[in-house]
Design a protein around this ligand. Structure first.
Ligand code: SPQ
Length: 454
């Protein structure tokens, strides 16, 4: 049979129906993944608060960066149409964001809301109201409100200042040294952004290193940033002056991860994902798949505006189970759903620990992955801080749900490649948050042209 990848549009939701031949389908060819989401957000935000023009190439045109762009446009920042090859941001300069006339809406994006809060809280005498979609309004904001309050911020929210919608009255802040209880780039970046306008040294120490795109980009824009890798500490010396820059956004390794796993688990596959960011704080998925004996090689390594980049070649191989935890987890935090899919096709039992942070993402990713994969017949157990996955059980098609989480929607579609019968992914539109062309690329790699929505 020919593979079936069919989208049904029943507004406001979409359903993705997937069916692959019993003998499997080999994925071949060369693909590019969309721009890195974390770097896209940061390029828009730093561009907005810098002096002069920032030019961005390769910006992710997903819903999350669109939310960031809309929020900053509402605060007086000129941003050219996002669809152009080069997006320009006319920076207003630090401290000059205007009070918006309406509520700022971060949509589904935790990065937008948490990083932006650091900037809003440090704009004295301006009032801001911020919210998001149903998922974002249920995610904890106290993790950034607490340190910002220690700096003197005035922020109010639902459930004892824990949840959005939030109200912010900007203040002149004081510097702190914050010991973060979790390795989180959003907490670290929020505090560093608040520290930009704050006189003195603002330091964040985390238990292990989270992604460092903010540090790299802040330095490139002219901020005085010092990093102590031994203690996982970053310091910004304020007040800073930022100057607009040129940013070339590499492909997102979190999006490439779907094709790495797809290629690794489907017999006969041999594909290249071009131009992928391989910042060491993000390459945990490469280390994990290597530990599982996946056949992945890095070609054409280079540096692009301060971030390392390579082409990734993956070929099918027999995967082995492994144990993942500790400092590796922050380096692959968003890839755990698709790593769980890889583990289903590995020989032995894979154990993922120290990943309780997954419970406060766009959905509870531990609980949802365990329940959705189990509905296909997977042998998988949810643990308080991880998953235990027994490889080798045959999977049978069923109706599964993304829970409006982009990473779940795409991880389930990858599982379908080795599932017998029809898999239906409900609320599949979630993929557009970080990867609007996911279905088209899946079809391309399977040698099909995508079926239009019916
Ligand atoms: O932005 P958002 O919604 O939090 O997106 C996610 C994702 O899966 O795309 C997490 F749900 O990525 C986060 C990531 O988990 C993006 C991010 C960043 O750009 O700084 C950091 C990570 O979150 P955290 O909480 O560990 O700082």
């Amino acid at each position: 049979m020919t593979p079936r990848i069919q989208l049904t549009d029943a507004a406001p939701h979409q359903t993705l129906t997937l069916e692959f031949p019993a003998e499997g389908v080999a994925l071949t060819g060369r693909v590019r993944v969309p721009g890195d989401k974390s770097i896209s957000h940061r390029s828009l935000m730093l561009g907005a608060i810098a002096r002069g023009e920032t030019r961005i190439q390769g910006l992710l045109l997903g819903e999350d960066p669109r939310s960031t762009a809309a929020c900053f446009a509402a605060m007086g920042v000129g941003i050219s149409p996002l669809e152009a090859e080069w997006v320009t941001v006319q920076g207003v300069g630090l401290g000059n964001l205007q009070e918006p006339a309406d509520v700022l809406n971060a949509g589904n994006s935790g990065t937008t809301l948490r990083l932006m809060l650091g900037l809003l809280a440090s704009h004295p005498d301006r009032y801001f109201a911020v919210t998001g979609d149903g998922s974002l309004r249920s995610r904890p904001m106290d993790r950034v409100i607490k340190p910002l309050t220690q700096m003197g911020a005035a922020i109010w929210g639902r459930q004892n200042n824990r949840l959005a919608p939030l109200a912010v009255r900007g203040q002149r802040l004081k510097p702190i040294h914050y010991q973060s209880p979790v390795a989180s780039a959003q907490i670290k970046s929020c505090i560093l952004l608040a520290g930009l306008m704050t006189e003195g040294k603002t330091t964040v120490t985390e238990p292990s290193l989270s992604r460092d795109h903010s540090e790299r980009m802040l330095r490139a824009f002219g901020a005085d940033i010092s990093v102590d890798p031994d203690t996982c500490s970053v310091t910004v010396h304020g007040p800073a002056t930022l100057t607009g820059q040129t940013v070339v956004v590499p492909g997102d390794i979190s999006s490439a991860a779907f094709w790495l796993v797809a290629g690794a688990i489907t017999p006969g596959s041999d594909l290249v994902i071009e131009n992928v960011g391989i910042n060491p704080t993000r390459t945990g998925i490469l280390d994990a798949l290597e530990a599982m004996e996946a056949d992945i090689t890095l070609e054409n390594r280079r540096d692009v505006t301060g971030e390392p980049v390579a082409d990734l070649r993956v070929r099918h191989s027999r995967l082995k189970a492994a144990h993942f935890g500790g400092d590796l987890i922050p380096r692959l935090i968003d890839e755990v759903p698709v790593l769980a899919v890889a583990a289903l096709f590995a020989e032995g039992t894979t154990v993922i620990t120290d990943a309780a942070e997954l419970r406060v993402k766009e959905c509870d990713r531990l609980s949802v992955m365990a329940s959705q994969l189990a509905s296909l017949g997977a042998q998988i157990e949810e643990q308080p801080d991880g998953l235990t996955i027994h490889g080798g059980s045959p999977l049978t098609g069923a109706v599964v749900d993304s829970y409006t989480d982009h990473r779940i929607a795409m991880a389930m579609a990858i599982a379908a490649l080795r599932t017998q019968g029809v898999m239906t992914v409900k609320r599949a539109e979630a993929a557009a948050v970080s990867y609007p062309s996911f279905r088209a690329t899946l079809a391309q790699l399977c040698g099909l042209s995508p079926t239009p929505a019916s």
